[in-house]
Design a protein around this ligand. Structure first.
Ligand code: SAM
Ligand code: SF4
Length: 359
């Protein structure tokens, strides 16, 4: 057995072993992908869970150096969906059998926003007697806010650490009180403590990011014992400060492969967690989402945001599915998943098995 295959045979890896796996190419990379797919099918079957994505607002108080809707980008037309629009999206998710919705937004922490989210979560929970699961991805908030939203009925929360290396974190975020690495870490800990199915993640292929950093990110996910992870390739946005470093990052194909390797290795390390096949994968490669599913991801987030607003939620350029209608999206997903031997699981919350088997 080659040294690579000996490493592949394990579930716990040292940092050096992780770097070896992440550096794999050609035949070795294919063997990693095969092993990850087999592991996923063994633990989680060939089911794909859906979260109907509602991009609630692009108003953001933060200045993340990579994101197209950062507060300082004056070229973006700012919007917030009305209550009716959010509830229409949720009803549509229910009608399409999506089982869960995910509300994502630029970050705000004012009273009006916090109250509004609590109200919307309660209203969504009224649909068919609480039949929709709710994931929130609304950035850093106080413990009190997280608790209120949890008590209102949200039970999953996604907060990517973005970079678990503090130095790298401050190369992709300004260093000020609004972008505090330790506050981000504390927020993740608070979510875990409150009982949310907590998700985190990173962008892959950032300027200044090394394989060493990515290996540390994987060890961070494992150490935090999170229930869900979302990872996608970094896509440079022309109206952001990191765009000037676009020539220093790996090619789109390399960022895609590296993302797939991160997903595959993490599936070996944490076989029962939920992992999202991020839309950013499909933006970089038309078959990106299918590829992510084939190396270990098991969640897809079809977009339910009304089409007229999607153009303004461009966190990165050329985002996939911006013009698709929701029902087209459903048929397209069914066909795409069937074509790779997977099936979409309708009318189910699709909770993380890593979380439910522990609680
Ligand atoms: N504002 C919330 C937050 O930051 O946690 C949630 C929404 S934010 C737009 C969702 C994710 O988009 C971020 O966690 C980030 O990883 C990702 N993202 C932002 N800009 C990106 C880019 N240029 N390329 C790839 N992903 C990006
Ligand atoms: Fe705002 Fe989230 Fe974009 Fe940062 S990543 S600028 S918090 S929307």
């Amino acid at each position: 057995m080659s040294q690579f295959d000996e490493i592949l045979d394990q579930h716990d890896f040292t940092k050096d072993e992780l770097i070896t796996l992440l550096a794999s190419k050609g035949e070795e990379m294919s063997r990693l992908f095969d092993k990850a797919l087999k592991t996923k099918l063994h633990y989680l079957d060939n089911c794909v869970h859906l979260r109907g994505l509602i991009e609630y607002s692009n108003k953001c108080r933060k200045y993340c150096l990579y994101c197209g809707v950062r507060g300082k980008n004056t070229k973006v037309e700012r919007y917030t969906l009305s209550d009716e629009e959010v509830l229409e999206c949720a009803h549509l998710a229910h009608k399409l059998g999506y089982g869960s919705v995910a509300i994502q937004s630029g970050e705000r922490d004012d009273k009006e926003f916090v109250d509004k989210i609590e109200y919307l979560v309660r209203e969504i929970k009224k649909i068919d007697n609480g039949s929709l699961g709710i994931t929130l991805s609304l950035g850093e908030q106080t413990e009190e806010t997280y608790r209120r939203w949890f008590e209102a009925g949200a039970h999953r929360y996604l907060l990517r650490i973005e970079a678990s290396n503090e130095d790298l974190y401050y190369k992709i975020h300004p260093k000020d009180k609004n972008h505090d690495f330790h506050k981000r870490l504390d927020s993740i800990d608070t979510l875990l403590r409150l009982g949310y199915q907590t998700g985190t993640g990173v962008m892959v292929g950032l300027p200044f990011q090394t394989l060493d950093d990515l290996a540390d990110d994987l060890l961070f996910f494992k150490r935090k014992d999170v229930a869900m992870v979302g990872m996608g390739p970094f896509i440079p946005h022309p109206d952001t400060p990191l765009y000037e470093f676009r020539h220093q990052i790996p090619s789109a194909q390399e960022r895609m492969n590296l993302t797939l390797k991160m997903i595959a290795v993490l599936r070996l390390m944490m076989p029962e967690i939920n992992m999202v096949a991020a839309t950013a994968n499909q933006t970089v490669d038309p078959l990106g989402r299918e590829k992510a599913i084939m190396v270990g991801a098991n969640v897809i987030m079809p977009n339910l945001t009304p089409n007229e607003f999607r153009e303004n939620y461009l966190i990165y350029p050329d985002k996939a599915c911006v013009k698709d209608k929701p029902d087209q999206c459903q048929t397209c997903l069914d066909i795409r998943m069937e074509s790779i031997g997977h099936k979409v699981l309708y009318n189910a919350w699709g909770d993380s098995k890593a979380f439910t088997s522990r609680h």
